[in-house]
Design a protein around this ligand. Structure first.
Ligand code: ADP
Ligand code: MG
Length: 418
């Protein structure tokens, strides 16, 4: 066992240049190498990708990574290619590829040089791809962002529910599912749907001690508050999330008009501009990206210094994922949310056209978010509790409620003066 361990660390160094594993990466990787189904709950930035990237290089065949976003795949494939002389080492198949690009991918896979193949769930379920994959030696399947399977997750994608049957059709191999959304409900859903209730579960602590959480009242001056915040944090990278595309564009314009180097990002923009804005943000040509939640999943920018929620997020899972994009390098990360009860009502209204079951889930998730926003309990404690983890410190020292406790008396005084 000791021999094996040094060996893995050597491989880590050799391929990725890292000296040590983070958290329980090594145990996870060993479990997958041993051929076992593996379930990984690890917060954003914890290093989930490595848990399948390294094994893919050590195992025979091609590892299949099912991943929801095209932007994310490109990011990861590029990262893998950095470690290899041959671009064929990693590929993706999704709707952005034309026929000849797909032929190239397939020929690289069949030649045996492709260790990792990223596929979008829509592409995985395509008959011709299923037929092709049946002819491939598969080392394992990785389901990244696995919470997309669950309606209780913050990013439910129905195609994700077809993964298990398709895997059965293509051919069995060990399965690793990974997510940063760890509510017990979501976990149960994922394991059940993927047929891996027996899998070994690796759950890391979800605490991100370097993140500062604050909820501010959202007033008519919210734009001014945000401008002030950004100007007080010059040259730092930040993300501002808004619920609607319209608001994203409006706010980006307002910020620009105020001399802030900001750009918009949402799924309704033409893809060239969107990609350009994303790349400019990653390359630090711009400081601030104003975006819908379409931005950021899996995108690895280690030095995002703040995440602002202009509107209350639809769920705490979403909130946690989005705020989790701050301070991935362990440095400062301020997470500021603007909250007003009015936004709640707006969100509830949006849900009205939806199927009843979906509405029920949506309302429940929203209520939990509102309770969090209105609470005077330590934010960290509340969040970790939501993820099934107990935080026992008296004072986290890094949230608004711990740094400036709302005193009962003050609240009463306020009421009297109004
Ligand atoms: P997640 O998917 O869990 O959000 P990523 O896989 O994107 O996280 O990894 C986050 C960052 O951590 C990346 O920059 C990655 O290169 C880095 N990382 C992963 N494993 C290690 C390690 N063992 N040592 C140092 N950095 C690591
Ligand atoms: Mg990831």
């Amino acid at each position: 066992m000791a021999g094996k361990k040094t060996n893995l660390t050597d491989q880590l160094k050799k391929y990725f240049g890292f000296d040590t594993f983070k958290g329980n990466q090594e145990a996870i990787i060993q479990n997958l190498l041993d051929g076992n189904d593996t379930f990984v709950l690890m917060p954003t930035g914890g290093g989930k990708s490595l848990c399948y990237q390294l094994p893919s290089l050590l195992m025979e065949g091609t590892g299949i990574v099912i991943s929801p976003l095209i932007a994310l795949m490109k990011n990861q494939v590029d990262a893998m290619r950095n470690f290899s002389e041959d671009d064929g080492i990693a590929h993706f198949i999704n709707s952005s590829l034309n026929k000849s690009a797909i032929d190239q991918v397939k020929s690289d896979i069949l030649s045996g040089k492709t260790k990792l193949l990223y596929v979008a769930p829509e592409s995985l379920t395509k008959e011709e791809n299923v037929e092709f994959l049946k002819t491939v030696k598969i080392s394992f399947y990785a389901v990244d962002e696995a919470h997309c399977i669950s309606e209780w997750g913050h990013d439910f994608r129905p195609e994700y529910r077809r993964i298990r049957p398709i895997i059965n059709e293509i051919g069995k191999a060990p399965l690793i599912a990974l997510t940063a959304t760890a509510t017990p409900k979501v976990q149960h859903d994922i394991q059940k749907n993927l047929g891996m209730v027996e899998a070994q579960v690796f759950k890391s602590s979800f605490n991100r001690p370097n993140l500062y959480y604050e909820v501010r009242p959202k007033t008519a001056n919210v734009d001014r508050d945000i401008i002030k915040f950004i100007k007080n944090n010059p040259e730092k990278s930040g993300i501002i999330y808004c619920l609607s595309r319209k608001k994203v564009e409006e706010l980006a314009e307002i910020l620009q008009a105020n001399g802030i180097n900001a750009r918009a990002y949402h799924a309704g923009m033409d893809s060239a501009t969107r990609t350009q804005n994303q790349d400019d943000f990653l390359m630090e040509k711009i400081d601030v990206i104003v975006a819908t939640i379409a931005f950021g999943m899996g995108i690895d920018k280690p030095d995002v210094r703040y995440v602002i929620h202009y509107d209350i997020p639809k769920s705490l899972e979403g909130y946690y994922q989005e705020t989790g994009r701050a301070g991935r390098d362990g440095g400062e990360g301020q997470c500021i949310t603007f909250y007003t009860n009015k936004d709640l009502q707006k969100l509830e209204k949006f849900m009205q056209g939806k199927p009843v079951a979906e509405q029920e889930i949506g309302k429940q998730l929203l209520l939990e978010t509102a309770a969090y926003a209105e609470s005077s309990v330590c934010r960290r404690k509340a969040l970790l509790h939501y993820f099934g983890e107990e935080y026992t410190e008296e004072n986290c020292g890094n949230c608004d409620n711990c740094l400036n406790p709302k005193k009962q008396v003050e609240a009463q005084e306020l009421l009297c003066t109004v």
